[in-house]
Design a protein around this ligand. Structure first.
Ligand SMILES: Cc1ncc(COP(=O)(O)O)c(C=O)c1O
Length: 384
């Protein structure tokens, strides 16, 4: 008899990881690949972080830490909120996690009951809905498009035919890179408070913006749960470190969950991350490279036929409407990988309904890669 597999684990794959696997297989067979699929910086952690990690390896025991994170890192994060956002957030409200992915698990378990209805935007980061489903939440996909810069608005939320228990927003967003205006963010926060909708604000791309700084939902909401990470701006993806900022009355609940589910976040990464806050020059020079990459793609992609691009205010993504080139973004991306050696992600990862008409480019890589990818795409589509 075959033993059962729990139905709650029957979730979609994270397709970008599958695309990365195909790209890696192609590389392993000796062919080259230009990686524009995965949303991770192509730079290592800042130098001082690496130095601190070496010191940690030599001098520290590296046992468990407090489940909520080492006090020094929580304090540096609190100082960061003052310096970056001009917000006074006591370090007790800041919880260090195993990536923002760990923060979602803790946050969702702490604030949502099975059967609750939680809104996510579509297109949006796929793991939100997949993690929510594993904890028994009913996912309400809120369709957004170019009319609202691929972001939700109070008007859209008020017109939903269900009443939400929670809402997840991300500004800048993945996959589009678009941002909520300050007015819209504050309206959504007020609407959530008035409607008793628990807001989760994923602020992982803060620090990587091109026109204006991103504003935190903490400015406008007392009961929002904020999620952030060392994976993107801080260029520490594989160190698996993130954090959340929670209202006072959630601290103990999340501490108990964290103690039982994770014991503590990675110790070496925590010790090293303390130094990340001394590295803003190095980190900002990464953002300058993203800005250069973005402007190359904004100029070059239309020449290859990718003309309809979502507003790319931040993060390191361009989301292109490719409905004039294909009606199946998955086979389209496979063809581009096969014929041009360029790895990009099909929109179906982010939007099950309309994603077949979209692809996502990640420009977190080297500038030379963006130049070469643009030229190969032009060649592919104009010399078929
Ligand atoms: C919007 C968004 N949130 C969260 C994550 C997860 O990041 P991590 O677990 O590395 O902090 C990602 C990763 O790509 C993302 O794009």
């Amino acid at each position: 008899m075959v033993l059962k597999i729990a139905s709650r684990s029957d979730i979609s794959p994270f397709i970008v990881m599958d695309v990365m696997r195909s790209a890696n297989a192609r590389e392993a067979s000796g062919k080259d690949v230009l990686h524009l699929e995965v949303g991770q910086p192509s730079t290592p952690a800042p130098k001082s972080v690496i130095e601190a990690a070496k010191l940690g390896l030599d001098e520290e025991l590296l046992g468990y830490t407090d489940a909520l994170g080492i006090p020094l890192l929580r304090q540096r994060l609190s100082d960061h909120y003052k310096a970056y956002y001009n917000l006074r957030i006591p370090s007790e409200r800041i919880i260090v996690t195993t990536g923002s992915s760990g923060a979602f698990i803790l946050g969702f378990l702490a604030v949502f009951e099975p059967g609750d209805k939680v809104g996510i935007t579509s297109p949006g980061y796929p793991a939100y809905k997949n993690i929510l489903r594993t904890v028994g939440v009913e996912v309400i996909e809120v369709s957004v498009n170019e009319d609202t810069a691929f972001q939700p608005s109070v008007e859209i939320l008020s017109n939903l035919d269900v009443s939400l228990d929670g809402l997840i927003i991300a500004s800048p967003s993945n996959p589009t890179g678009s941002m909520l205006s300050v007015a819209s963010l504050s309206e959504i926060c007020s609407w959530c408070s008035a409607q008793k909708v628990r807001l989760i604000s994923d602020e992982i791309y803060h620090g990587i913006t091109f026109q204006r700084k991103a504003s935190s939902a903490l400015h406008y909401s007392e009961d929002a749960v904020i999620v952030n990470s060392f994976s993107k701006y801080f260029s520490m993806t594989g160190w698996r470190l993130g954090w959340m900022v929670v209202p006072d009355n959630l601290i103990r609940t999340i501490e108990c969950l964290a103690q039982n589910l994770f014991i503590s976040p990675p110790t070496l990464s925590q010790l090293a991350a303390v130094s990340a806050f001394d590295c803003f020059d190095e980190l900002d020079s990464n953002v300058e490279r993203y800005a250069r990459n973005r402007s190359i793609l904004l100029t070059e992609l239309p020449k290859a036929g990718f003309e309809k691009l979502a507003p790319s205010d931040g993060a390191f993504y361009l989301y292109a409407d490719v409905s004039s080139l294909t009606s199946n973004s998955e086979t389209f991306c496979a063809r581009i990988l096969e014929e041009a050696g360029v790895a990009i992600t099909p929109g179906i990862d982010f939007d099950t309904q309309y994603g077949k008409n979209f692809v996502r480019f990640s420009y977190a890589g080297e500038t030379a890669v963006m130049v070469e990818a643009s030229s190969r795409l032009r060649e592919l589509f104009f010399n078929p």
